[in-house]
Write a protein that binds this ligand. Sequence first.
Ligand code: GLV
Ligand code: MG
Length: 346
Amino acid sequence: MKTPAAFYKPLAVGAPAPYRELPVRVERMIHFVPPHIEKVVAKVPEIARTVDVVLGNLEDAIPADKKEEARAGFISLARNADLGSAGLWTRINCLNSPWVLDDLTEIVSAVGNRLDVVMLPKVEGPWDIHYTDQLLAQLEARHGVDKPILIHAILETAEGVKNVESIATASPRMHGMSLGPADLAASRGMKTTRVGGGHPDYQVLSDPVEGETRTRFQQDLWHYTLAKMVDACLSAGLKAFYGPFGDFSDPQACEAQFRNAFLMGCAGAWTLHPTQIDIAKRVFSPDEGEVAFAKRILEAMPDGTGAVMIDGKMQDDATWKQAKVIVDLARQVASKDPEAAARYGL
Ligand code: GLV
Ligand code: MG
């Protein structure tokens, strides 16, 4: 563990100083794009106007014989596409793969100044962050990158979940984490074949009562991991995200899973299909009724202390803080979305 003084020092001479706090950005959806498919890439500038983050995916779902094309496609996208205010991320290949070194060296040398965040898959422990952190600092220094490229870890191995707290605090370069339910299921030996979401057989049963049919309640398979990830991230000043929801034919289940994540503390989710963009936008923008109520709390307690009653509900310093979370988020969303600004009256 580094000393506090060393923690914020650049790891290479000439690399930009690490952020002390994350830049404030609205990141309700991280929209995945396969950069080797020209037809999809051509639509990115149009899609970028509807999403908060565009991510060029180089890892899983990109066939082994298309890895170089995907990397080149991402570099060309970063150089040429007008993405407006959308952030630009890439998901590189994992650290033990044959592609990752070229992913990082080629991308940072070509478009390091355009890149906001590198998503790092299959992170097992802080050592994976330290390695990537050091390499990024060397590449930033060599290629004159002027702001730090952040690291976003995917939490998708049993060992990663075990080490989630030390991953979160491994470096000031950490942006946040996403739950990777598909790889995590495999790594843990879960008996599922889905990408995120619930499972009909994961249930509890009501007690037996003679003459009555017992009620079954489906439980959320991801509750434990999500909660653990949110605590690790938020206690370290990072952002937590639900990852992918793979059943594109079930928007209701996607919305339910995203909403649980939002309520639990997540900032956004991945969108793998254009139909998921509106779902994420709806879910990860605070509800206008909640915003209106939260504004009333803030107005009723101008200095954030004491106790007041609003509509029969007790408010105090702690509910003031909850209200501030909601109003701060609403302000951030409103600052980039005039329709939301009007809805929130901000
Ligand atoms: C995402 O990468 C997952 O494995 O779910
Ligand atoms: Mg994965």
